[in-house]
Design a protein around this ligand. Sequence first.
Ligand SMILES: Nc1ncnc2c1ncn2[C@@H]1O[C@H](COP(=O)(O)OP(=O)(O)OP(=O)(O)O)[C@@H](O)[C@H]1O
Ligand SMILES: [Mg+2]
Length: 329
Amino acid sequence: MTALLEIRGLTIDIARDEGPARVVDGIDLTVMAGESLGIVGESGCGKSLTMLSLVGLLPNRIRATAGSAMFGGKDLLKMTPGALRRVRGSEIGFIFQDPMTSLNPVIRIGDQIAEALIYQKGMTKPQAAIRAVELLALVGIPAPEDRAQAWPHELSGGMRQRVMIAMGLAGHPKLLIADEPTTALDVTIQAQIVDLVRDLKTRLNMSVVWITHDLALIAGLADRIAVLYAGTVVEDAPVAEIFDRPTHPYTRALLDSLPTLAGEAMSRLPSITGTPPEPGRRPPGCPFAPRCPLAQPACSDAVPKLAPVPGSDPRHRVACPIVIERAVA
Ligand SMILES: Nc1ncnc2c1ncn2[C@@H]1O[C@H](COP(=O)(O)OP(=O)(O)OP(=O)(O)O)[C@@H](O)[C@H]1O
Ligand SMILES: [Mg+2]
């Protein structure tokens, strides 16, 4: 397998009057061709900003200040806005959380998808209209010719999210990034959307990055899981390893909270006290140390680097010298 996306040392800062506040602190992430990567972590840990930085959609005053993101031989962080716009449409597709804020309420569903195709792919209007109906069929929308004529408010939440997926797929991307695309939906519909994306990933031979609060939800979709904490990757491993051998104390706390875990519930972790640091108020060394049951004074010395877990799958890496020492012992 070859790497489709390689993020190295990504650092993101928010410009503030009192000085820059670091929100993402040296993230490394790799997505192989055809692979699906799940990204989990509490609210505010930098999941969305990390992905937005790749396609030049960071909000005002927030910038990627170090690192690289190689995609198809080019560094996305160094591309011009125009070049990034082309990547966004055709090579990297995005699905966001709330379809009602991303769909234009006064444009019919089919026309919205067609507009994206005309803009991104240079299709003619009739070509785009046909392709829009095909895309609606692809994402499992019944009677797609009729639904193409519908207004966004006429569809259910789950159907609107399918429309968003169709738009994300319009450019036939190599990579689909889904940022908590099911949080607003009920549990059954969430599972259907996950199944749909898994199916499309295989059929279209794409890679998928799926951001969520909900580790259980993506268990069946992700090949690999990266666990983020306060703008760092604390554990990165094949999905079975994460469930069978969670190693970082933070990952263990996430799994302990699984039975009660549903969307918002993960903003509080029942098994550990405290909250993640605010941007700009990161403690020195390991950002998790203040909440960690295993913390020792040395944890404040340096930010731990990801390293393989002895005795586990070689792709299982964790950023905690203490648990690595224990695994050796
Ligand atoms: N537009 C903004 N202006 C100022 N701070 C921001 C802005 N967007 C995000 N932040 C801050 O950056 C940090 C990371 O934000 P990000 O949106 O990446 O988190 P997240 O992991 O996606 O969280 P969630 O799970 O809630 O979506 C947060 O602490 C947030 O307060
Ligand atoms: Mg987010």
